[in-house]
Write a protein that binds this ligand. Structure first.
Ligand SMILES: Nc1nc2c(c(=O)[nH]1)N[C@@H](CN(C=O)c1ccc(C(=O)N[C@@H](CCC(=O)O)C(=O)O)cc1)CN2
Ligand SMILES: NCC(=O)N[C@@H]1O[C@H](COP(=O)([O-])[O-])[C@@H](O)[C@H]1O
Length: 204
């Protein structure tokens, strides 16, 4: 069985591109069936269009309430019948109702539980840590608090600014994401409390 991925993005989509490239190999075991976003005109949507993958956008500003936006996002994602939703630079918090419908993972450019939120690399640099990195976790109702699937460490260099640090994180983050999502797709997973184990339970 080939796992059906819906990927949500808000920006450049280099993590999405890494997944699109990996999915081109049948042995990877997954396919991106749709790419969604909370904003128009981003490179992440252009990457999907170039790959021939259906796209959709649901902007918060187009709905009277945040709940209305969340319901609309849930409805459009549901149409694609995902086995797994991948948040790859998606800058909106999704509701527990959304999460109840779809297993959802998120990649974050810090070593959770450190530096949650929208500015992981900036906060790590300002704190003066010597090691940071990237985390893939199953999304829960909190902010970057879900059970951890994979992590990769990155050294903070003396001359780093936010951009150079984030770019170096993204290099290892893409490899972490491709490896972990492929294993989730091919081998399934179980979660016991905060502990994720790959394999053992098949998708679908
Ligand atoms: N229920 C959850 N949804 C999402 C999570 C999560 O952990 N739980 N992770 C995010 C991705 N992310 C960090 O990895 C993150 C993105 C955005 C925010 C945030 O505060 N968003 C605000 C402001 C948005 C904006 O200014 O455009 C919001 O959603 O209102 C925190 C963490 C993906 N979804
Ligand atoms: N808290 C969420 C967050 O900061 N997400 C981060 O946005 C970047 C998106 O890059 P991309 O659009 O090139 O894949 C990634 O580094 C991802 O971890």
């Amino acid at each position: 069985m080939t796992a059906r991925l819906v990927v949500l993005v808000s920006g450049s989509g280099t993590n999405l591109q890494a997944l699109l490239d990996a999915c081109a190999e049948e042995s990877y075991g997954a396919t991106v069936v749709a790419v969604g976003s909370d904003r128009e005109g981003i490179e992440g949507l252009a990457r999907a269009e170039r790959a021939g993958v259906p796209t959709f956008t649901r902007r918060v500003a187009d709905f009277e309430t945040r709940d209305g936006w969340d319901r609309a996002l849930t409805t459009v994602v549901e149409r694609f019948e995902p086995d797994l939703v991948v948040l790859a630079g998606f800058m909106k918090l999704v509701s527990e109702d959304f999460l109840a419908k779809f297993p959802t993972v998120n990649t974050h450019p810090a070593l959770c539980p450190s530096f949650p939120g929208m500015h992981g690399p900036r906060d790590a640099l300002e704190h003066g840590v010597k090691v940071t990195g990237a985390t893939l976790f199953f999304v829960d109702g909190g902010v970057d608090t879900g059970p951890i699937i994979a992590q990769r460490a990155v050294e903070v260099l003396d001359g780093d600014d936010v951009e150079s640090l984030h770019e170096r994180i993204k290099g290892v983050e893409r490899a972490m994401l491709v490896d972990a999502v492929g294993r989730l797709a091919r081998d399934g997973w179980t979660v016991e409390g905060r502990h994720v184990r790959l394999g053992g339970a098949q998708l679908g």
